[in-house]
Design a protein around this ligand. Structure first.
Ligand code: HAM
Length: 420
């Protein structure tokens, strides 16, 4: 032993068993729900050209100005660990001409994203998302589908204590006029210097200020929802109507502001009450100008990013488990070296037949090996002792009721397959 010791980088969570089981269950359930709605997998680079994010996410956002992991590679290029997925998806869609085929292009992705934020409960520097993007069709029915899909994802993992905040951020027709109106309002307020500066660069962001004294000043602020263009208003009405039809409940939050600049029209956030300050478990919205901004066609899109880490915390807060408590279905306990050789063959065949199976190693005695069996959560345990081996049999123990049956070694696979 030496005296070195390492720990994970600050603000970066490890997911080790048994929590990693829950982590995987959440990520896979979200991904499967998206695939069931016709979204296809896209695998994106973990790092991209820094300009992609600056242009895509927005030069004045916190994400771009303060939170990016940016570095120069050995070739002198500035690259950035992806802080989010939408800009990278757009880049790939344009680069591979996916937007020249059938529209909408529906894509799902998952994995880690990186933001140099101040770490706290539920706010990590490496965060995990499952995201979808539907690109190329500006149809409010698609907005409703995406929102209902996110809602279904949470329900599928057993989450209940969340609400959906919904708003519209308008379009190129109504946003500029509203922005001026809001700025004129904000200029009259006794705001601190930094907030004043923010009001000049990105006034909508001021509406999102969490400080109660600022919120008090904003009570009479003009709201974008009252100044929507006709087409944005109609779009929003259809989205709401469809969500009502689907039975997806929502709260209109006229002050909903997302942290990324590309949003237009529909935007939404799922908020969980059990999480404290970092309560956003997922969010998204429509983005009309993003693709053109990144050098592609004038096509609109909509998508979401669901936070896997925060969903896990929310499940924990609700006392709900998303993962199977079972590591494997079958566990082998050999007693003696010949039994080990024979049982290893049985285990190998079971795995090949698709039955998840593990066995004890290291010549543990019966008691220790049975402990391993019960920790594994296996439904059945196969005990192969000297007597069974001599008779060409194996003892199959049902771990639920502890009943034991003797089955011939040649028939044990079929026996288990029938019962599992
Ligand atoms: P976002 O709201 O920045 O959106 O992130 C989506 C979700 O990721 C959040 O709701 C939250 O659950 C999780 N998340 C974000 N930052 C952290 C963090 N530091 N620690 C833990 N979890 C975090 C986007 O990223 C957009 N790309 C979503 C989107 C896709 N919009 C359209 N298409």
């Amino acid at each position: 032993m030496t005296d070195v010791s390492f720990s994970a980088p600050k603000g970066v969570p490890d997911y080790v068993p048994p929590v990693s089981r829950e982590f995987l269950a959440v990520r896979e359930t979200f991904t499967h729900e998206a695939q069931r709605a016709g979204f296809e997998h896209i695998e994106l680079p973990i790092f991209e050209d820094t300009h992609l994010f600056a242009r895509g996410v927005g030069e004045s956002t916190d994400v771009v100005t303060k939170e990016m992991y940016t570095f120069e590679d050995r070739g002198g290029r500035s690259v950035t660990l992806r802080p989010e997925g939408t800009a990278g998806v757009m880049r790939a869609v344009i680069e591979h001409n996916l937007d020249r085929g059938q529209l909408p292009v529906k894509l799902v992705y998952s994995g880690p994203f990186f933001r140099y934020e101040r770490p706290q409960a539920g706010r990590y520097r490496q965060l995990q998302q499952v995201g979808v993007e539907a690109i190329g069709v500006d149809d409010p029915a698609l907005d409703a589908e995406i929102i209902a899909l996110a809602d279904r994802c949470y329900k599928s993992v057993g989450l209940t204590g969340y609400r959906l905040d919904l708003s519209s951020l308008g379009d190129a027709e109504c946003r500029p006029a509203y922005r001026e109106k809001l700025q004129a309002f904000l200029r009259k307020l006794p705001l601190d210097e930094e907030t004043q500066r923010r009001a000049e660069i990105n006034p909508l962001r001021v509406l999102d200020d969490k400080r109660p004294e600022v919120q008090e000043m904003l009570v009479d602020a003009p709201l974008l929802l009252d100044h929507l263009s006709n087409s944005s208003r109609e779009h929003f009405e259809v989205v709401k109507g469809l969500l009502d039809d689907f039975g997806v409940s929502y709260t209109i939050n006229p002050k909903l502001v997302r942290g990324l600049d590309y949003y237009t029209k529909t935007c939404f956030e799922f908020v969980h009450e059990g999480l404290g300050a970092q309560s956003g478990i997922g969010g998204g919205g429509r983005y009309d100008g993003l693709m053109a901004q990144l050098g592609g066609q004038e096509l609109s899109g909509i998508g979401f990013g669901l936070g896997v880490d925060r969903t896990l915390l929310a499940l924990e807060a609700e006392g709900v488990s998303a993962g199977s408590p079972r590591r494997v279905d079958v566990y082998g306990v050999p007693l003696g070296s010949e039994a080990k050789r024979v049982l290893a063959g049985v285990v190998n065949n079971l795995r090949a037949a698709g039955v998840s199976t593990d066995m004890s190693y290291g010549d543990r005695g019966l008691k220790g090996a049975m402990k391993g069996a019960s920790r594994s959560g296996a439904r059945y345990c196969l005990v192969l002792g000297e007597q069974e081996l001599a008779d060409g049999n194996v003892a199959v123990r049902d771990m639920n009721n502890h009943e034991q049956e003797t089955v011939s070694l040649s028939a044990v696979q079929a026996f288990l397959e029938e019962r599992l």
